[in-house]
Write a protein that binds this ligand. Structure first.
Ligand code: HEC
Length: 165
């Protein structure tokens, strides 16, 4: 074999190895990205969810509801009498959280945000709500527990329909 062609073969072999290294590198980067994605999605799942089948959350939520919410939303989630009419000062009355209200028309993220921020979240053009902001009064766990309790009181079809929102 001539010297020149051996060198060419060695060069081709070197290039091939380099290509393989690049492919391996891309593969490993891909695996790392996948693992990263999996860890991030697990982390987002670890944020307490308002699970209406979690009996511990329901018990805690019921307690929170009775002490913090029942005065405006009714002990049995029934809301204030004539809740669709405004108070004499024009502010909203506490709406029901049972199936006769509109709580179940919203998804969990919206409801949790409403509990955190209270009436202050509404723009003035929408009206005045005296609902307190609970973000500094209740823990995240208590907020999701109170929602779990509210949801646990809904009939199954309402619960299924809200879960799809
Ligand atoms: C001082 C009275 C008052 C208290 C106490 C109160 N709320 Fe409210 N809440 C209201 C009023 C009035 C509204 C309707 C206007 C609005 O959306 O802010 C409302 C609205 C809501 C909504 C939005 C419903 C929807 O369909 O948009 C949620 C959720 C809610 N309250 C949950 C709670 C929870 C949970 C508590 C207890 C931790 C609580 N509220 C305590 C008065 C109150």
């Amino acid at each position: 074999m001539k010297k020149g062609s051996r060198r060419a073969r060695q060069e081709a072999l070197r290039r091939q190895k380099q290509k393989q290294r690049i492919i391996w590198g891309m593969g490993i980067t891909g695996v790392i990205l996948l693992l990263f994605g999996a860890v991030m999605s697990l982390r987002s799942q670890s944020i307490p969810s308002a699970d209406p089948a979690d009996s511990e959350a329901i018990a805690l939520g019921r307690q929170v509801y009775e002490t913090q919410c029942a005065s405006c939303h009714g002990l049995n989630l029934e809301g204030q009498a004539n809740w669709q009419e405004p108070n004499p000062d024009g502010s909203f009355r506490g709406p029901p959280h049972d199936e006769t209200g509109h709580t179940w028309h919203h998804n969990d993220a919206y409801l949790i945000e409403s509990i955190r921020l209270g009436g202050a979240r509404l723009p003035a053009s929408q009206g005045v709500s005296a609902m307190p902001a609970y973000e500094n009064i209740l823990s995240d766990e208590q907020i999701s527990a109170v929602l779990a309790y509210i949801k646990s009181e809904w009939p199954t079809d309402i619960r299924v329909s809200q879960a799809q929102r």
